[in-house]
Design a protein around this ligand. Structure first.
Ligand code: OSB
Ligand code: MG
Length: 372
């Protein structure tokens, strides 16, 4: 394939309710989508990619406008210069640019979507996935009170979500977990996510979570604290899962070897793309480390791709792949439906979803096309 043009779409999509984590509150989602036009054996084909960078660099170093600049100035020229572009070669082509995994993942996605569409193959089939649906968990933001939290969690349980993840931060940790356990019982699949808000000296406090039978605690310490996560793991019975820290298969290998993670949250954008995500899945599975698919409030494009990835056999825990209505009244693709605690894996070619141009333009706050 040959890349002919790349359009960067910036959107602002309202959230159904504000989403609060230990690093901040989002009221709407600032989205960067890539629309690539490729010359293929089957004529011109469009491929879509979604960049999971957030508006502000608070979850990771990358942020939407920075990623857009990196894509336009440093990644796109390399892709325009490639005569035989395939998704499998994008990673190596872009290797000279240091870092920027979310920007790289977005362009690899656009190439992969177009390549699979040209071949008439779904992403699930490309991966060798045989499942047709995956369990659907939901990530619950920090609420203003325990009563509100119980109401919100109860609503998701009534909807049928397979697993609840509570965001925690210092001062909003033990009490909400205790209240959710007491209200909804021991059978509820429950886990927490600290988004790096604690330090190793908080170990005595975090140990108090051990009595609540959590599936895991996600990213208690900072991104670079691999050794400290390993030390914390020795002091907790709750399994430690890493999110922010796992930026590549190599870091995943180190984290596993150090005993810093007994579970890994795989976010394809955070690790540089779906192909690296698959390598981390393979590595973790070979090491007996459970993985699950994280989320970044994706639109239907990323949500569809995540559902297919999560169909791989090592994804033994429910992911943050909720129905799109959990975040958006209106999505730019057909709604992702959660039903009976599951989300279906799309079957159409590529990621199997179509972008609605009218809805896209309704949320658009900027569009810019680059050509080779
Ligand atoms: O840490 O998993 C996280 C959202 C934005 C940034 C980081 C995280 C999250 C979530 C939401 O927890 C996951 C989702 O998309 O449902
Ligand atoms: Mg997380």
């Amino acid at each position: 394939m040959k890349l002919r043009s790349l359009t960067l779409h910036r959107l602002r999509m309202p959230l159904v309710s504000p989403f609060t984590t230990s690093f901040g509150t989002e009221e709407d989602k600032y989205v960067l989508l890539l629309e690539g036009s490729f010359e293929t054996d089957r004529g011109r084909i469009t491929g879509w990619g979604e960049c999971v960078a957030m508006e502000l660099p608070l979850y990771s170093a990358e942020y939407v406008d920075g990623a857009a600049e990196v894509i336009e100035r440093w990644l796109a020229p390399t892709l325009f210069a490639a005569d035989d572009l395939t998704a499998e070669t994008v990673g190596e082509l872009l290797e000279p640019v240091v870092g920027h995994p979310m920007a790289k993942a977005a362009v690899e996605m656009a190439v992969l979507d177009a390549q699979l569409r040209a071949a008439g193959v779904s992403f699930a089939r490309y991966l060798g996935v045989t499942r047709t649906a995956v369990p659907s968990g939901v990530s619950v933001g920090i609420q203003s009170s325990v009563d509100t939290l119980l109401e919100v969690v109860g609503g998701y349980i009534d909807e049928g979500y397979a697993r609840i993840k509570l965001k925690i931060e210092p001062g909003t940790d033990i009490a909400p977990v205790e209240a959710v356990r007491r209200e909804f019982g021991d059978d509820l699949l429950l886990q927490v996510d600290a988004n790096a808000a604690y330090s190793l000296s908080d170990a005595p406090l975090l140990r108090r979570l051990d009595e609540f039978g959590l599936l895991l605690i996600e990213q208690p310490l900072a991104e670079s604290d691999l050794r400290q996560h390993a030390e914390l793991a020795e002091q907790l019975s709750t399994p430690i899962c890493l999110d922010e820290s796992i930026t590549s298969a190599q870091v995943a290998a180190d984290a596993i070897a150090l005993g810093a993670a007994s579970v890994i949250n795989i976010k394809p954008g955070r690790v540089g793309g779906y192909l690296e995500a698959r390598r981390i899945h393979d590595l973790a599975r070979a090491n007996g480390v459970a993985v699950w698919c994280g989320g970044m409030l994706e639109t239907g494009i990323g949500r569809a791709a995540n559902a297919a990835l999560a169909g791989l056999p090592g994804f033994t825990l429910p992911g943050d792949i909720s129905g799109s209505k959990r975040f958006y009244d209106l999505d730019i693709t057909a709604e992702t439906v959660m039903s009976d605690g599951e989300v279906a894996i799309p079957e159409g070619p590529g990621f199997g979803v179509e972008v609605d141009p009218q809805i896209l333009s309704r949320f658009s706050v900027g569009e810019h096309t680059v050509t080779g």
